[in-house]
Design a protein around this ligand. Structure first.
Ligand SMILES: N[C@@H](CCC(=O)N[C@@H](CS)C(=O)NCC(=O)O)C(=O)O
Length: 218
């Protein structure tokens, strides 16, 4: 298996967590989003949506992180990331889609680039956009966890797709300097997950293409 991935991509991070939890060996093919490598003809042939992640498994070429994780769960069911019970499964999907459909798309690189360079918003306005939509999204996650969640993972004793989605989104929020004080359940789950070796192995700083952030200009 090969995963076309960028170290800081939260959607790639979701899939890397699933692969690590299932102990599936794979090769990383780095795709540098900052160098626009996801828009080369070779990458567009793999992913018509122009982005990462892309999983290849034999002849199969698959994009969309949630579809990839569902495929991995069907092929390698242990440990299960999507519960078999219909209600539990729906809860996990509800939470995961709140991340993947509501939070991530409005803060994606292409949206921020359009805001900054086509609409001409300032860097501060772009940051304000990012912080606003992240806070809205994390508040929804916090409410979902308070109503239906468990401990120490999102939905109880074992990690699910929900944790694969939550952790990278919190990573992004922290990287972008968002205020996370109002989301205690979200941060408790994140803290527990990041103490686990599988989540650590999937983290941006553990990736072969990792580049440390530049120190702030003085
Ligand atoms: N819904 C897709 C989103 C994939 C996606 O947009 N990935 C980001 C990186 S996290 C990307 O490649 N962005 C490139 C861009 O915005 O130009 C998924 O879950 O896989």
């Amino acid at each position: 298996m090969r995963l076309h991935s960028f170290f800081n991509s939260s959607t790639s991070f979701r899939v890397r967590i699933a692969l690590a939890l299932k102990s599936i060996p794979y090769e990383v093919v780095p795709v540098d989003l900052r160098a626009r490598q996801h828009r080369t003809p070779e990458q567009l042939a793999l992913n018509p949506s122009a982005g990462v992640p892309v999983l290849t498994d034999g002849d199969l070429v698959l994009s969309q992180s949630l579809a990839i994780i569902e495929y991995l769960d069907a092929r390698h069911p242990q440990p299960r990331l999507l519960p078999e019970d219909p209600v539990e499964r729906a809860r996990v999907m509800e939470f995961s889609l709140a991340v993947a459909s509501d939070i991530h798309p409005v803060n994606n690189l292409r949206v921020l680039t359009y805001l900054r360079y086509v609409l001409g918003v300032t860097e501060a306005q772009k940051q304000a956009w990012y912080h606003y939509w992240t806070a809205e999204g994390l508040l929804a996650l916090e409410r979902l966890l308070q109503r239906h969640g468990g401990t120490p993972y999102c939905f109880g004793a074992a990690p699910t797709l929900a944790d694969c989605c939550l952790v990278p989104q919190v990573f992004n929020a922290l990287r972008m300097g968002c205020d996370i004080d109002s989301f205690p359940r979200v941060m408790a789950v994140h803290g527990h997950c990041m103490a686990q070796p599988a989540f650590q192995a999937a983290a941006p700083s553990s990736q072969p293409d990792y580049v440390a952030p530049e120190p702030p200009a003085r």
